[in-house]
Design a protein around this ligand. Structure first.
Ligand SMILES: *Cc1c(COP(=O)(O)O)cnc(C)c1O
Length: 401
């Protein structure tokens, strides 16, 4: 990091704060030597996939960690979401938030299930249960909630609505590995929950995902679908796909699982540093977490309110010029991406909170790759840019002009 005096901004003609780009979602890695010895072991055994020892051990360890009866690991969360929706027999329409990563909608559309976008609660950023019932039609078969930023959905209310209308419930828990809701580990809610272990998630297996469920019959069906529907050698009893996790990924998962508490602790400290560093900047709000829940703090989320001197997009631009690759999340909402934008051109009329938040929310870098000094400098940039908003706005329009 270049040692700049306070007040220096790249947008106003100075050198960037960082010589190399700092990205959101750099991977956290546990003991590399242990990972390497496991990889070596995979080559020694010459067993790369198809229910290998590491996959079996990883599933067992995940069940213990999450406190669920069944964990089925997969090649990624997107395939896992598709398999869960199919295993539950979801068809027709499924109610889902638009304020999420696009895979949540795609997992339905990919199998001709219509995602019906539901607005979110402006405080929690999660699907607003009070808006679900008005979206239910005779074609509705389920609800797909997303625990956005790791903060649990209103699972009790969603459960109540689902029972009343005989709907299936699944959760995209891609953000919520290691988090609790109401003191209970996320993983056991709804019919099934899906985690992502993508490299950008705080706990990764290079790429990967898992389905957690306490329903044994459902877990068996999901296992079949993960492996072409094979029930035995030369015997297929179900339509299926190839969703298997390979041994190398399971070995990485086992290695990182030993360090998951450390990753969480680093993220928690980073989050506190951001909270202190950004305190008192008008209109810049750090998304907060319920201190009584366990949180992974995978994302440092800023909401830029109307009274901030700069817009969200201006702050992101200023940070990019400093080589801080802050991200607009989720931008745009799924309903503004194709094919949904063409299919449902008026969806935004029903999604006022989603529309507002997609223009106001951004994420900042965290994880083990980001240092205390980095965070101090990032906070300083945001504060200084807001303090000198007129100068910054003029510099930005000169850049564009
Ligand atoms: C990352 C993510 C996914 C997709 O996970 P993959 O493992 O990359 O397929 C799905 N939903 C949400 C909310 C995500 O953040």
């Amino acid at each position: 990091m270049i040692d700049h005096s306070k007040g220096h901004l790249a947008v106003c003609g100075g050198k960037p704060s960082f010589t190399a780009k700092i990205h959101v979602g750099r991977p956290n890695v546990g003991d590399i030597d242990l990972a390497m010895s496991r990889f070596k072991d995979i080559f020694d055994r010459l067993w790369f996939t198809n229910g290998g020892d590491y996959v079996i051990e990883f599933e067992k360890r995940l069940c213990e960690y999450l406190g669920v009866r069944n964990c089925v690991v997969m090649c990624n969360a997107t395939i896992a979401l598709e398999i869960v929706a199919r295993s539950l027999g979801m068809t027709g329409e499924v109610i889902v938030p638009s304020f999420t990563f696009v895979a949540t909608a795609h997992c339905l559309q990919w199998q001709q299930i219509t995602p019906v976008f539901c607005d979110i609660d402006p405080v929690t950023h999660n699907i607003d249960p009070s808006r679900i019932e008005s979206l239910i039609t005779p074609r509705t078969t389920g609800i797909l909630g997303v625990h956005v930023w790791g903060r649990g959905c209103d699972v009790n209310e969603i459960d109540r609505i689902a029972r009343k209308h005989q709907l299936h419930v699944m959760y995209d828990a891609a953000h919520a590995f290691g988090c609790t809701h109401g003191g209970a580990s996320i993983g056991g809610f709804g019919d099934a929950e899906v985690f992502s272990f993508h490299a950008t998630k705080f706990f990764n297996t290079f790429e990967g995902g898992a389905v957690a469920t306490n329903n044994d019959a459902l877990a068996n069906k999901i296992r079949l679908m993960r492996n072409f529907g094979f029930t035995g050698v030369d015997r297929v009893d179900h339509v299926g796909v190839n969703g298997k996790m390979i041994e190398v990924c399971a070995a990485m998962g086992l290695t990182n699982l030993d360090h998951v508490d450390h990753f969480i602790e680093v993220n928690r400290q980073n989050w506190s540093l951001y909270e202190n560093g950004l305190k008192g900047v008008p209109g810049v709000h750090l998304c907060s977490y319920d201190p009584s829940e366990r949180m992974n703090h995978q994302y440092v989320v800023l909401e830029i309110a109307e009274n901030c001197a700069l817009s969200r997009d201006e702050i992101v631009k200023v940070l990019h010029l400093e080589n801080v690759m802050a991200r607009r999340y989720f931008y745009p909402g799924c309903h503004e991406m194709e094919p949904y934008r063409s299919y449902f051109p008026h969806a935004r009329l029903l999604l006022p909170h989603t529309e507002r938040l997609t223009k106001r929310v951004m994420t900042l870098p965290t994880g083990t790759a980001v240092s205390t000094a980095d965070i101090a400098r990032i906070c300083d940039v945001v504060r200084t840019a807001c303090d000198r908003s007129q100068e910054v706005k003029a510099a930005l329009s000169a850049l564009i002009g």
